[in-house]
Design a protein around this ligand. Structure first.
Ligand code: ZN
Ligand code: ZN
Length: 267
């Protein structure tokens, strides 16, 4: 299974998950032209996606969707709440999913997991090819037991590290927006992300991506520093990377060999 992050953050989110002939796009939060160009670079042409999964209806996750469906005639997979919020009108090819139930999409099995966020029935996803598992959780204000269990066994853990608490506190955002971001239905801070990761085991073959970093209230360096300090020396056992908001895609391949003592994955 191959996972490629095309964009991550409040200016756009899109992730590709591939296994065999199956290609899923998880969120379509880039302009359609940018999405098609990025997909083409991965040799995913028009009308070759298997499905488009949506985590929730916020603009940074769906802004390219309507136009992209002219080029990818595939079902949009989302919760009833997301569908209601999108209000796409008749003729919209979709499949409604229920959090906690697993779905076969081609060669992949997808499990949506409810998250706490100020959207209409938002979810994160666990995607498995039968051997490797990726868990993708951004846009959540808190990590409950279901989310934690989803992360616990994943080979690739993609978890939000949205803001540094100090930077948000001192930053220029208006007070209500700061409160919204910090609330249990907002976003995960570096500290919350780090304390969640610290509860995981760091076995060789795992990889961690810190996702949805705020441009204003975070830096990749701060996010990594907080996570490494919280995890302690164990962080050396697994690769931990921050996802760029845009630019070069970041890729993980479950079949890539783990070398040496298992501390490095060849990318
Ligand atoms: Zn978002
Ligand atoms: Zn959101």
């Amino acid at each position: 299974m191959r996972v490629v992050s095309l964009a991550s953050g409040s200016s756009g989110n899109a992730l590709v998950i591939q296994h065999g002939d199956t290609t899923l796009l998880l969120d379509a939060g880039l302009p359609t032209h940018a999405l098609r160009t990025a997909l083409a670079a991965l040799r995913v042409g028009d009308d070759t996606l298997t499905a488009i999964l949506l985590s929730h209806e916020h603009h940074d996750h769906v802004c390219g969707l309507a136009h992209l469906l002219r080029y990818q005639h595939v079902p949009v997979i989302c919760t009833a709440g997301t569908l209601r919020a999108l209000d796409p009108g008749p003729g919209f090819g979709h499949k409604v999913i229920v959090p906690g139930r697993a779905y076969e999409l081609g060669a992949l099995v997808v499990l949506p997991v409810e998250v706490s966020h100020d959207a209409s029935e938002p979810v994160g996803f666990v995607v498995s090819d039968g051997e490797a598992t990726a868990a993708v959780f951004t846009d959540l204000g808190t990590v409950d037991q279901h989310v934690y269990e989803a992360l616990r066994t994943a080979h690739l853990v993609v978890l939000e590290a949205n803001y540094d608490s100090g930077l948000l506190e001192r930053g220029s955002y208006p007070w209500p927006l700061k409160q919204r971001i910090r609330s249990p239905r907002g976003h995960l801070s570096n500290e919350e992300c780090a304390s969640t990761l610290a509860r995981l085991d760091f076995w060789a073959g795992r990889e961690i991506w810190l996702a949805h970093l705020s441009a204003e209230n975070n830096t990749p360096r701060r996010a990594l520093q907080t996570v490494r300090q919280t995890i302690g020396i164990r962080h050396e056992r697994v690769p931990i990377r921050t996802l760029p908001r845009r630019g070069s895609p970041v890729e993980w391949d479950s079949r890539a060999p783990v070398v040496g003592t298992g501390q490095l994955r060849l990318l």
